[in-house]
Design a protein. Structure first.
Ligand code: PLP
Length: 414
């Protein structure tokens, strides 16, 4: 894994750009959001930090001591950010977000590494994605680096007490959110908005410290429930690529059905040919031996804007390009990275012919999790192994938890 440390992401990003394209980034124009202008007021009554493994921590509903808020209006632009004790927010009952779902958000983990340092994983990518989401839902623009500076500040303030040094392998979850706050009926772009960042206590889970890293052990069951014809998460021309609440609420009833039937996540299909898009909160990969005997690592493309451009997905593609393709030195058989449409028909045929080697989901919440079964309208598809998934999980987990020094890990100064 030392070779990972010398990974030249510039070259790889270039290859990635050529091979599979990128979502067009909104133009970053000076917006006036400035982390430097932040005021800083600390709590005098620190809150109790949930114990690792406690029910409060499992519930993921306990916020840390502080939050950052920044209000915006069309007239005055971005106000000075405020770091302050956590408090409820007050909204007009006619606020745009409550009626027209003018909201977008991000989700990042703050990792306490095995070397006791606090890290974020490629957080600028989250901030850039949040700008794309904000633009899609008619909320104000900002410079991603300013949002990043705010996130890092909040992590530096609350990280040390909420994720102490002895809790190596522990996590906090960081949730930047942007909402339209202007009150009043009428379908229009909100002229007032609020950006805020909160941190939530999150259950400890370090996938590379789990016994599943041992390639001889069985994977934990993780089963996907393929969506039915009547439930479509996203469509070309829609908003599937944006991380906006309006994509998630309407999908909850299908997740409920999946849970009721004993599955872990929904596998979202699209179109009459059941194209495999992504899972509920994660991107999906399949490893298939094709008819020419090549092993393809397949994931859905971004160009029709139906799936979220996951940061873990991008990292998997970049690492696979660099280390798992023909010519790279690795003991696993080389793969061809294939960012292309995969249908359920192709996956079922590969399964029936013993060519469906692996399927796995990737995301901040799920890391890289081998899928042990897919339920497609009552039919069970069981991939054979999870070798590539485990290898990728070890690489990415190693960066996140400080086993591997890497430029993708951004260390928070305490
Ligand atoms: N797809 C959806 C719908 C998601 O909500 C997420 C999680 O944010 C992902 C994919 C994975 O994205 P990331 O790797 O950036 O966490």
């Amino acid at each position: 894994m030392n070779s990972l440390a010398s990974f030249h992401s510039g070259i790889i990003s270039f290859i990635y750009f050529i091979m599979i394209g990128r979502l067009q980034e909104p133009e970053v124009v000076p917006s006036g959001l400035s982390a430097q202008k932040m005021t800083d007021t600390r709590t005098k009554t620190p809150r109790a930090v949930p114990q690792p493994g406690s029910p409060e921590q499992q519930a993921c509903n306990v916020c840390s001591d502080h939050m950052i808020t920044v209000s915006w209006s069309e007239k005055a632009g971005w106000a000075a950010p405020e770091l302050k004790p956590l408090t409820n927010i007050s909204l007009s009952p006619a606020a745009s977000v409550l009626h027209y779902a003018t909201e977008c958000f991000e989700g990042l983990k703050l990792y306490r590494g095995q070397d006791q340092k606090l890290r974020l994983f490629r957080p600028l990518l989250n901030c850039q994605r949040m700008l794309r989401s904000a633009t899609r839902i008619s909320l104000p623009a900002f410079e991603p680096v300013e949002l990043l500076a705010l996130i890092e500040r909040l992590c530096a303030v609350d990280g040390p007490r909420w994720l102490p040094k002895d809790n190596t392998n522990g996590l906090l979850y960081v949730r930047p959110t942007l909402i339209g706050t202007e009150g009043g009926m009428g379908l229009k772009r909100p002229r007032e908005a609020l950006l805020y960042i909160i941190i939530v206590s999150y259950p400890n889970h370090n996938p590379i410290a789990q016994p599943t890293v041992d390639l001889t052990t069985q994977d934990k069951k993780f089963s996907l429930f393929a969506s039915h014809d009547q439930a479509v998460r996203a469509w070309p021309g829609g908003s599937g690529y944006a991380k906006i609440g309006a994509n998630y609420g309407p999908a909850l009833h299908v997740q409920e059905e999946a849970t009721r039937q004993g599955h872990d996540q929904v596998l979202w299909l699209f179109g009459p040919d059941s194209q495999v898009t992504e899972a509920g909160g994660a991107n999906f990969f399949a490893v298939i031996r094709n008819f020419s005997g090549e092993i393809e690592l397949i994931t859905a493309p971004l160009d029709d804007k139906t799936i979220l451009a996951g940061i873990t997905r991008q990292s998997v593609l970049e690492l696979a390009d660099a280390y798992l393709t023909e010519g790279s030195e690795h003991e696993l058989a080389p793969v061809t990275v294939a960012v292309r449409t995969l249908t359920m028909g192709e996956m079922i045929l590969a399964y029936e012919q013993g060519r469906l080697l692996e399927t796995f989901v990737v995301g901040t919440a799920y890391y890289i999790t081998p899928v042990t079964e897919i339920d497609f309208r009552g039919r069970k598809i069981v991939p054979l192994q999870s070798t590539y998934a485990r290898t990728l999980r070890n690489w990415i987990g190693g960066i996140q938890f400080g086993v591997e020094k890497h430029e993708w890990a951004s260390i928070i100064k305490e």
